[in-house]
Design a protein around this ligand. Structure first.
Ligand code: ADP
Length: 557
C-alpha cells in the first residue's frame, strides 16, 4: 500500500512539475521573443533614421551592443556592410525572406534556425529611402535551449518531488491504515472504520458468526465424545495406519499402564512393548480382525483388534472380563470344595457300613457305629441344605416375603433352638430388645442371619462365657448385634470368613458341626434384604458382628 501510494504521489508530482515547467518555459520563450522583436524593430528604426544623417556607417554601427549584428544590403541584395563579417565575402541576400518581405512591406521580422539547436536567429529588416535594406539580427534561446538551461533545476525539483511523495505516502499510509488495523476481527462491526468498508465488515461479521457456531458445535461434539470415551469402562484405542495413537481413552491408558501423558502420535507398541498385542495387531493386519487376552495388574481383558476401512487404521477394544474369570474360578473352587466336603462324611459312612456288612463290628459296638453313621449323615444333610440354600441366594431366585416379626419372641425362639448347644458349653445366651418391638422383614432370611451368627457365637464362644444378642431400632433401620467373648478372629482372616468354605480353624469347625457356609449365607441374606454387615474381632477377646437392615415395605416383589 505504501509503495503504491508513493508511486502514484510521485507520478502526480512529476506530471504537475512537467506541465508547469513546460508552460513556464514556453511563456518565457514567447515573452523573450516578443521583447527581442520589439527591441530589434526599435533599434532598426533608430539606426535607419541615423543612417540618413551620417556618412560614417562604421562609427554608427560601433555603438550597437555586441550581441547585435547589423547588415546593410543594397537594393539588389549585395551586402554593403556587416558588423560581423567582411561584406565582400558574403552572398547576395536578395533571396533572403527578410529582404524580400522588407522590400515588399517596408519592414519584416523573420526567425531562422541557427547552427546550434539551442539558439535561433531573429532578423528585423527595414527598407531605407534609397532602396537599400537595413537588417538587424540577434540570437535568441530556442525552446530546447530554455529546457537545457532549466534542466538542473528540473532534476532538483524531481528530487524534491521524490522526497515529498515519500513523506506524503508514509503519512497517508499511516492515517489510512490506522482504522483498518484497529478492526477487531472478533467484533468487526464494533469498529468505527471507513463507510466504504462496511460491506466487507458485515461479511466478516457473518463469517465470524458462522465460524463461531461451527467451532461451538465442534467443541460440543468433542466434549461429548471425550465424555463418552472417558466414561467408558471398556478400554478403547484407535491407531492410524502406521500404528500411531490417535485416540486412547482413560480406561485404556490405565489398563495399558501408559504413563507418558504425551502419547498422542506415538507408536503404541513403543509405549507398551507387549508381545501379545503385537501379535494381535499383526494377525488383524492379515485377517482383518483378531481376538485375544491381555492381562494387566492382575485383571483379565478380552481384546478385539479390528482394521478400520481399507487399512486406514486399527481399533482396539479391551473388555474387562476379570469378574467372569473370577466367577468361573469361584465356581470351579466351589465344585471342588463341595466334592471334597461331601466325600469326607460319605467315606466315613461307607467305611462304617462296610465294616458292619463284613461282620467285623462286635454286636456291642454296633450302636456306636450306627450313631457315627447318623452323625456323619446329619452332617452331610446340613451341608447339602446349606449348599442348596446358598445356590438359591446366589441365583437371586428367592422371593422376599415381608412379614412383621415380634422381635422378643423371635429371638427367644432362636435362643431355644440353640439352648442345647449353649448348655453343652455352659454359655449363657442373653437377649436385649424392647418389649413389643415389631420389625417388618423377611422372617426366613432374618432367621437365617440371626441363627447363623448366634450359632457361631456359641460354637466359638468361651466355655462358661456368654453370648449377647441385641436388636434395636436405629432410625428407620434395625441394628442387630451378636457378641461373644470367645476365641476371636485374627485380623488377616476377618475379610475371608465370609467366603464359602473358609474356616480359620478347619478341624475345630468340623468338630462343632460347621459347614463353612454359615457366614456366606448371612452375607447373601443381608444383601438380599438391602442391609450391611460389619465385624469387629480381636484374637482371644471375642467377636462382635453388627447387621443393619432397612425395614421392608408391606408388599415386596
Ligand atoms: P462354620 O460352619 O465353619 O462356622 P461359618 O461360615 O459360619 O462356618 O464361619 C466361617 C469361619 O469363621 C469359621 O470356621 C470360624 O473359623 C470363623 N468364625 C465365624 N464366627 C466366629 C466367631 N464368632 N468367633 C470366632 N470365629 C468365628
Amino acid at each position: 500500500m505504501r509503495k503504491r501510494l508513493f508511486r502514484s504521489t510521485l507520478l502526480v508530482c512529476c506530471t504537475l512539475l512537467l506541465i508547469l515547467s513546460t508552460a513556464f518555459t514556453m511563456s518565457l520563450y514567447a515573452a523573450e521573443k516578443r521583447q527581442l522583436t520589439q527591441a530589434l524593430s526599435e533599434e532598426t528604426g533608430l539606426l535607419a533614421a541615423a543612417l540618413s544623417h551620417t556618412d560614417s556607417r562604421e562609427a554608427l554601427f560601433a555603438v550597437l551592443p555586441q550581441e547585435r549584428r547589423a547588415t546593410l544590403i543594397d537594393a539588389s541584395g549585395i551586402v554593403l556592410y556587416d558588423t560581423s563579417a567582411a561584406a565582400a565575402n558574403m552572398d547576395n541576400h536578395s533571396d533572403r525572406t527578410e529582404f524580400i518581405l522588407a522590400k515588399k512591406d517596408g519592414s519584416a521580422t523573420v526567425t531562422r534556425a541557427s547552427a546550434t539547436l539551442s539558439e535561433e536567429m531573429v532578423y528585423h529588416t527595414e527598407l531605407l529611402e534609397d532602396g537599400s535594406v537595413l537588417r538587424l539580427a540577434a540570437a535568441q534561446k530556442t525552446l530546447i535551449g530554455g529546457v537545457l538551461i532549466s534542466l538542473p533545476y528540473m532534476l532538483l525539483a524531481i528530487l524534491g518531488c521524490v522526497l515529498l511523495a515519500a513523506l506524503l505516502s508514509a503519512g497517508s499510509t499511516k492515517r489510512l491504515a490506522a482504522p483498518i488495523l484497529a478492526i477487531d476481527p472478533e467484533h468487526p462491526l464494533d469498529t468505527d472504520c471507513y463507510d466504504e468498508l462496511t460491506p466487507l465488515l458485515r461479511n466478516l461479521h457473518r463469517q465470524q458468526e458462522v465460524a463461531n457456531a461451527q467451532m461451538e458445535k465442534l467443541r460440543a461434539q468433542k466434549t461429548e465424545q471425550d465424555e463418552l470415551l472417558s466414561n467408558m469402562r471398556e478400554g478403547l484405542c484407535i491407531l492410524d495406519k502406521s500404528d500411531r495413537v490417535v485416540t486412547l481413552n482413560e480406561a485404556a491408558r490405565q489398563l495399558l499402564m501408559i504413563e507418558d501423558a504425551d502419547y498422542s502420535g506415538k507408536q503404541l507398541l513403543a509405549l507398551i512393548r507387549s508381545s501379545d498385542l503385537q501379535q494381535l495387531a499383526s494377525q488383524s493386519r492379515e485377517k482383518g480382525s483378531a481376538q485375544g487376552a491381555y492381562v494387566s495388574a492382575g485383571r483379565h481383558y478380552h481384546v478385539t483388534v479390528s482394521r478400520i476401512g481399507q487399512n486406514e487404521g486399527t481399533l482396539m477394544l479391551f473388555l474387562d472380563d476379570s469378574a467372569d474369570m473370577e466367577a468361573e474360578e469361584m465356581r470351579r473352587q466351589f465344585t471342588a470344595n463341595v466334592s471334597h466336603e461331601l466325600r469326607t462324611p460319605l467315606t466315613a459312612i461307607n467305611g462304617y457300613a462296610e465294616l458292619m456288612d463284613a461282620g467285623l463290628v462286635k454286636s456291642e459296638d454296633c450302636a456306636e457305629f450306627v450313631r457315627r453313621i447318623h452323625r456323619e449323615s446329619t452332617r452331610m444333610l446340613s451341608l447339602v441344605e446349606d449348599i442348596l440354600r446358598l445356590s438359591q441366594l446366589d441365583e437371586g431366585s428367592i422371593r422376599l416375603n415381608s412379614g412383621s416379626i415380634d422381635m422378643k419372641a423371635f429371638l427367644t425362639d432362636i435362643k431355644s433352638s440353640l439352648a442345647q448347644k449353649a448348655e453343652s458349653r455352659n454359655i449363657a445366651i442373653n437377649i436385649d430388645t424392647e418389649q413389643d418391638m415389631k420389625f417388618r422383614t423377611d422372617p426366613t432370611l432374618f432367621q437365617e442371619i440371626v441363627y447363623n451368627l448366634a450359632d457361631n457365637a456359641v460354637k466359638y464362644g468361651r466355655e462358661g462365657g456368654s453370648t449377647e444378642i441385641s436388636a434395636r431400632r436405629d432410625g428407620s433401620r434395625l441394628c442387630l448385634v451378636v457378641q461373644d467373648d470367645g476365641i476371636g478372629i485374627p485380623p488377616e482372616h476377618q475379610k475371608k470368613i465370609f467366603e464359602r468354605f473358609y474356616r480359620v480353624d478347619k478341624s475345630r469347625s468340623k468338630a462343632t458341626g460347621g459347614t463353612g457356609l454359615g457366614l456366606s449365607i448371612v452375607k447373601h441374606a443381608c444383601i438380599m434384604l438391602g442391609g450391611e454387615i460389619s465385624l469387629q474381632s480381636a484374637e482371644g477377646m471375642g467377636t462382635t458382628v453388627m447387621v443393619l437392615l432397612p425395614e421392608l415395605p408391606l408388599h415386596v416383589c
